[in-house]
Design a protein around this ligand. Structure first.
Ligand SMILES: NC(=O)c1ccc[n+]([C@@H]2O[C@H](COP(=O)([O-])OP(=O)(O)OC[C@H]3O[C@@H](n4cnc5c(N)ncnc54)[C@H](OP(=O)(O)O)[C@@H]3O)[C@@H](O)[C@H]2O)c1
Length: 256
């Protein structure tokens, strides 16, 4: 697909890379020669695929676990990244999840805080913490995973999650202007309905089938459909004049 040396000698950080979209993004960066710091949410290497264990043994992949529901988790992650890399060329802020479906009148303060911290505050904390390392190379890229629900509002019970993704879109656009003088480009990838563990947890089979039928391309998306957009946005040779933008990957589910 992309050239196997496209990211040779490049240091890439991917959060939420223990499964799903982030895992595939990490795999494709590794296939293109990058050194990848792979953040996983759970504190265990259990169930990680062979390619990641092999890249770890070759010292091309470095696994760091951390819970981003709190500031302590992101602070520890930033420190761990600084111990591993003296420069960051690509930061993919991808860790996130709906946490649960909570109807507006029943949402507790704790649930609200958890959704917002994971999907919104942690993006700011990790970005802020890694900025000194992102400034070193002079042509870094930040790519934030948002969601189709940032535009549509999502479905019942996902209001705070959807709003937090909209926050990240606006935050990314603002940063694109602010960080341009440092040579840092900031863009977003916005997945539609992608078949990962995410929907195993939050959507019924019937709901997914209904969604599938409504998509012009007549199928749900995959992590493999999403990952190339991250590599494209990360490579200055491919997207050096693109910043402050959102790439929507949804099979035509939303065309506007
Ligand atoms: N799937 C979709 O249809 C869809 C649509 C729009 C947007 N998205 C967004 O795409 C991103 C990836 O989602 P996915 O579909 O690949 O879901 P996924 O398979 O559930 O993966 C989510 C990733 O986020 C990590 N994570 C979850 N809670 C965390 C926490 N408290 N602290 C740190 N990390 C945590 C997970 O870590 P571990 O598994 O290692 O614990 C995992 O690596 C998310 O930001 C999601 O909101 C997904």
């Amino acid at each position: 697909m992309f050239h196997p040396k496209l990211f040779e000698n490049r240091n890439v950080v991917v959060t939420g890379a223990g499964r799903g979209i982030g895992l595939e993004v990490a795999r494709q960066f590794l296939d293109c020669g990058a050194h990848v710091l792979v953040h996983v949410g759970r504190d265990s290497n259990r169930d990680l695929p062979d390619f990641l264990m092999e890249a770890q043994a070759e010292r091309r992949a470095f696994l760091v676990a951390g819970d981003f529901s709190s500031g302590e988790g992101t602070r520890n992650f930033v420190s761990a990244t600084g111990e591993r890399f003296d420069r960051v060329d690509v930061l993919v802020n991808n860790a996130g999840t709906m946490v649960g479906r909570f109807l507006a009148g029943e949402l507790t303060d704790d649930q609200y805080e958890k959704i917002v911290h994971l999907n919104q505050t942690s993006v700011m904390e990790v970005t802020r913490g890694l900025l000194p390392l992102l400034r070193v190379g002079g042509e870094a890229a930040i790519i934030n995973t948002v969601s189709i629900s940032a535009l549509t509002g999502g479905s019942p019970g996902s209001a705070i999650y959807s709003a937090s993704k909209a926050f990240v879109v606006t935050y990314s656009k603002a940063l694109a202007r602010e960080l341009a003088p440092d040579g840092i480009r900031v863009n977003c990838v916005s997945p539609g309905t992608i078949t990962t563990d995410f929907h195993e947890r939050y959507s019924s089979k019937e709901k997914l089938e209904q969604t599938r039928k409504s998509i012009p391309l007549q199928r749900l998306g995959t992590a493999e459909d999403c990952a190339p957009a991250y590599l494209f946005l990360a490579a200055p040779t491919l997207s050096g004049y693109i910043t402050g933008q959102v790439i929507e990957i949804n099979g035509g589910q939303l065309i506007c």
